[in-house]
Design a binder for this molecule. Structure first.
Ligand code: ADP
Ligand code: DP6
Ligand code: CO
Length: 358
């Protein structure tokens, strides 16, 4: 391994949006949740993280840059991911560059990591999910880690809970698990991206500003103070998970939409039930909900599902392309790109459309 060389790996990982939300940990350091959750992974073309990891004997310490700015790697979460991946590193040989790294060398070698999100960071569009999943995936490739996706998901979980679900496409379930060491708290794919491909996801970025309360501290406060969270985790979510799995398998949009909207609303109710209350949605978010509810009721069957993560931005899931195009027309009419509604728009592609407040 001696000499001057550098070996790099670049990976790209999409974000995922939960339709049955994870909100609350039973173990803070291992990141073990109080309930199962289900998400849909977005099209990697549109909302994703790109991460390059590099190793060289000339690097003196592990360093990381996020969106061009250096960030600290000293936090427990980054350290957990680095430690878990390093522990599984195997021999790497690059004949072209004449590089041979043995399993033992990885303990001494340092890393430089550069990551970019092509969508707002820390604004409620699950940047931590795409970011930490991408980091673990890229490091695993660099160090020739032989674990399968579900094992990698359990490592990504220790970086950010929602990240474990970004290792798979399509519909994904994070099983909360029972073990105290977290070994069975990992993600499984419920259905791949082709299973229900008439769905169209539209993201309305109401504000790309960084949120005031991070997901991590928000859910910690909810666990400490919200009785509704306890009820939700024990009584509500287990039943919803079963119904949601059924709705996905049967491509039953009415049931899917009902469960998705109800779960988003209950998650935000838990935030309100937290002391002091946390407000992730704003007036524009509330207006979007009212409009979608009204449109759905004016049709024979629901056309649009909405869900909001820990931020004001709407994730709208249309039952098909026709419903999506009508939704877009209505959004542009009711929420024209102006200072008033705080929404500008630009079209990114036909599968997901990002509207940005700038
Ligand atoms: P979000 O709703 O965007 O997931 P969170 O509060 O959960 O917001 O997490 C935001 C944090 O996730 C950021 O402050 C940063 O620490 C981390 N993060 C976001 N993107 C990346 C990335 N690409 N690589 C590493 N960490 C990231
Ligand atoms: C509202 O995974 O960002 O997006 O585990 O503390 O990093 P940490 O939190 P994070 O929380 C996500 C919360 C959510 C719902 C979800 O993605 O299930
Ligand atoms: Co997050």
């Amino acid at each position: 391994m001696a000499g001057e060389w550098i070996l790099t790996v670049t990976a790209q990982t999409p974000t995922n949006i939960a339709v049955i939300k994870y909100w609350g940990k039973r173990d803070e350091s291992l990141i073990l949740p109080v309930n199962d959750s289900i998400s849909v992974t977005l099209d990697p073309e549109h909302l994703c993280t790109t991460t390059t990891v590099a190793v060289s004997p000339s690097f003196e310490q592990d360093r990381m840059w996020l969106n061009g700015e250096e960030i600290s790697l000293s936090g427990g979460r980054f350290q957990s991911c680095l430690r878990e991946i390093r522990a599984r590193a195997t021999d790497v040989e690059n004949k072209e560059k004449g590089i041979k790294i043995s399993k033992k060398d990885w303990e001494k070698l340092h890393l430089h990591i550069a990551s970019f999100n092509n969508f707002p960071t820390a604004a409620g569009l699950a940047s931590s999910a795409a970011g930490l999943a991408c980091l673990v995936f890229a490091l695993g490739k660099l160090m020739n880690v032989k674990e399968d996706h579900s094992q990698l998901s359990a490592i990504a979980r220790q970086g950010s809970g929602s990240a474990c679900r970004s290792l798979y496409g399509g519909f994904v379930k994070w099983i909360m698990g029972k073990e105290e060491n977290g070994s069975d708290s990992l993600a499984v794919q419920l259905a791949d991206e082709k299973h229900w491909d008439e769905l169209v996801i539209i993201i309305a970025v109401v504000s790309s500003r960084q949120k005031e309360t991070s997901s991590t501290s928000g859910m910690r406060e909810s666990v400490e103070t919200s009785l509704l969270l306890q009820h939700r985790a024990k009584e509500v979510v287990p039943k919803r998970i079963l119904k949601m799995e059924e709705a996905i398998q049967n491509r039953d949009f009415a049931s899917f939409a009902g469960l998705t909207c109800a779960d988003s609303n209950q998650f935000h109710a838990v935030c309100l039930d937290t002391c002091p209350p946390i407000f992730y949605m704003n007036d524009t978010s509330h207006r979007i909900i009212s409009c979608v509810e009204k449109w759905n009721r004016s049709e024979e069957a629901p056309q649009i599902a909405y869900t909001f993560d820990a931020g004001p931005n709407a994730v709208l899931i249309a039952r098909n392309r026709k419903a999506a195009s009508l939704l877009l027309q209505r959004l542009l009419y009711y929420f024209p790109p102006s200072a008033d509604t705080n929404m500008n728009s630009y079209v990114l592609g036909d599968k997901s459309i990002l509207k940005d407040a700038g």
